[in-house]
Write a protein that binds this ligand. Structure first.
Ligand code: URA
Length: 235
């Protein structure tokens, strides 16, 4: 998981200092950057963590990756900037927040667990269907759940516009209009579309768990993942 990183020189500079991208590019064009003893003027040059990279003679070391759990409030969007709704990053007071992304987005009206990181490879363990990472949703429905839905979800339902049926999903009925659904993929509006495909409608959606990590902070709150939680997604 703690793999070495290859990236553009300007990105390396941003990830190892507090410089913005335009500031980083300016310093590179000024001839202040050297890689393995050679001055490099092209900001798109690929550099490796194992290279010796100096800024005006000082060695640059990449910041460690960050892994964050947040309880997304309703009416926020999983985007780095405010759009129709405010971004959930408004709730996250950390430096260089623009370097972070969300591993598995939720709709604006969905609440619950989101994982936020700057480690793109780690995110794939959560978002790629082939990794089979479980996501558990508490779903409130407009109509009583029918008896055959658990079986339909277990074998997979065909969603409009999709080539393949959904992967096997597990349904636990809590009450006629409240269920827990576990899925291992994240197609666009997947849970809402799955219930639409069986003649029902989602009126409330909340993500409780991703992999072995459960939501344990209040709405709008966040915390860093523990090392064990981080590595639980790489096994
Ligand atoms: N499925 C949906 O339909 N919406 C979400 O936000 C997450 C999963």
């Amino acid at each position: 998981m703690w793999c070495r990183r290859l990236m553009r020189l300007d990105k390396y500079l941003c990830k190892s200092t507090d410089l913005t991208k335009p500031e980083a590019i300016e310093r590179i064009h000024n001839g202040e950057l050297s890689v393995n003893g050679e001055v490099v003027l092209d900001e798109s040059t690929q550099v490796h963590e194992s290279n010796t990279i100096l800024l005006s003679g000082d060695v640059l070391t990449l910041r460690a990756f960050r892994y964050i759990l947040m309880h997304k409030p309703a009416g926020t969007i999983c985007s780095n900037i405010d759009e129709v709704y405010p971004s959930l990053f408004n709730y996250l007071e950390v430096d260089n927040a623009s370097e972070l992304h969300i591993a598995g987005r939720l709709d604006a009206d969905t609440t619950g667990l989101v994982l936020i990181t700057d480690d793109g490879r780690w995110s794939f363990n959560i978002t790629l269907p082939t990794k089979s990472c479980k996501k558990v949703y508490r779903v409130t429905l407009s109509r009583d759940i029918k008896d055959d839905v658990a079986h339909k979800f277990k074998v997979g339902v065909q969603l409009q516009g999709e080539k393949n049926p959904t992967r096997p999903a597990e349904l636990e009925v809590i009450s006629p209009k409240e269920v827990l659904l576990t899925i291992t993929e994240g197609k666009f509006h997947q849970v809402k579309r799955m219930f639409a495909a069986v003649g029902n409608r989602v009126v409330g959606l909340h993500r409780e768990q991703i992999g072995d990590v459960s939501l344990d902070v209040e709405e709008g709150q966040w915390r860093y993942l523990t090392e064990d939680e981080v590595s639980s997604f790489s096994q």
